[in-house]
Design a protein around this ligand. Structure first.
Ligand SMILES: NC(=O)c1ccc[n+]([C@@H]2O[C@H](COP(=O)([O-])OP(=O)(O)OC[C@H]3O[C@@H](n4cnc5c(N)ncnc54)[C@H](O)[C@@H]3O)[C@@H](O)[C@H]2O)c1
Ligand SMILES: [Zn+2]
Ligand SMILES: [Zn+2]
Length: 361
């Protein structure tokens, strides 16, 4: 039996999204049907709508979601109907060269549902990041469902499905931030703010938030940043050095995705420090650095996909910390909206008004 549900579809490059009826098949082998309870609006959804990811319109948008498993297909044993889950875009295969080396967070063959969700006329939809959760129900690979404690609110939990996990993981997993470290985060939107929260969790002694928008700096301070720098008014590199005894930070996280801010990160770190690029650049961007500086300053220049997370390890742990009051996921939810308000949320995101708008169903 197929399910007809309401969902947010992007039909063409740059065109406003529309609320439509879509057809979601019953789960086949290895698949799960999830009743979506909440789904955050991420910058990547806007990238899809603008044709910045690929041309496989129509897209079924939404990918930062939590919900309840409604039914599962043949052979599914890890999740069962009734489970409260966060959806992930890293359902690891267990068999590729990364998985076999014990580094599944680099998995090169992650799973998605095999069957397609469609428009009523049979047109196949491309779900954003293999999820597509601005919908009353969605079909995913069972491995994309990570069971977590039901006590968390769906709006807060769903955010771990993408941006917030990317930021926390950029600090904890990729940057390896440890007790006593100094950290600077350049760009404090949803991802950068999460990198600040992650650095605080990891025990950083100094956490410097850098942004060009005072509203973002205020939230950063609320999440535990010890210092804030508005880089519209002062030089980010100078300010970070000044705050770190003239040396620079041990770990600098770039959460904007631009060459200028990457250069700031590069020069604002201490000798032998680490730069983590979690912001996503566009194809035409180029970076020029004196190779001697790359060599001479030592340390590590890393990039972070999805915070190098392993959903089965990281989601339940972070939800537990949230429930203990040690990770304020609610601080990321600026507003909750209805399914037909995604287009408006894109505008507010563009204006820098929100950390996250979250669709609640
Ligand atoms: N690596 C991943 O897996 C992953 C996952 C999700 C999102 N992302 C990427 O992370 C980036 C941030 O995402 P977001 O949701 O936080 O976006 P956002 O738009 O909410 O935040 C960007 C922030 O950067 C600030 N900013 C812009 N220009 C700046 C500058 N020159 N100097 C300092 N700050 C500046 C903005 O004021 C804003 O606060 C995006 O590129 C997004 O695509 C990466
Ligand atoms: Zn794998
Ligand atoms: Zn995302």
């Amino acid at each position: 039996m197929a399910h007809q549900v309401r969902a947010v579809v992007a039909r063409g490059k740059g065109a406003p999204v529309s609320l439509e009826t879509i057809v979601v098949p019953d789960p086949g082998p290895g698949e799960a049907l999830v009743r979506v309870e909440a789904c955050g609006v991420c910058h990547t959804d806007l990238h899809y709508r603008e044709g910045g990811i690929n041309d496989e319109f129509p897209f079924l948008l939404g990918h930062e979601a939590a919900g309840v498993v409604e039914s599962v297909g043949e052979g599914v044993t890890d999740v069962a109907p009734g489970d409260f889950v966060i959806l992930n875009w890293r359902a690891v295969c267990g068999q590729c060269r990364a998985c076999l080396r014990g580094q599944p967070w680099y998995c090169f063959a992650t799973h998605n549902a095999k069957q397609k969700m469609t428009l009523p006329d049979g047109t196949e939809l491309s779900p954003a990041l293999g999820i597509g959760a601005f919908a009353e129900k969605t079909l995913v690979a069972a491995g994309q469902c990570t069971k977590v404690d039901r006590a968390a609110s769906a709006a807060a939990a769903g955010l771990l499905g993408c941006g917030v996990m990317a930021g926390i993981g950029a600090a904890i997993n990729t940057g390896n931030v440890g007790r006593g470290d100094s950290v600077a985060v350049i760009g404090c939107g949803g991802v950068g703010a999460a990198a600040i929260a992650g650095s605080v969790l990891a025990g950083a002694a100094k956490v410097i938030a850098v942004d060009i928008d005072d509203r973002k700096l205020a939230t950063a301070a609320k999440l535990g940043a010890t210092h804030t720098v508005n880089s519209r008014h002062s030089d980010a590199v100078e300010a970070i050095r000044e705050l770190t005894g003239g040396f620079g930070a041990d770990v600098v996280i770039e959460a904007v995705g631009r060459p200028e801010t990457y250069k700031q990160a590069f020069y604002a770190r201490d000798l032998a420090g680490t730069v983590v690029l979690v912001g996503v650049p566009t194809p035409e961007m180029k970076l020029e650095l004196p190779l001697l500086d790359v060599f001479g300053r030592g340390g590590a220049l890393k990039s972070s996909w999805y915070g190098d997370c392993l959903p089965s390890r990281d989601f339940p742990m972070l939800i537990d910390l949230h429930l203990q009051g040690r990770l304020d996921l609610d601080a990321f939810v600026t507003e909750t909206i209805a399914l037909d308000e995604v287009e408006k949320a894109f505008e507010r995101m563009h204006g820098g008004d929100v950390l996250r708008s979250v669709v609640v169903l």
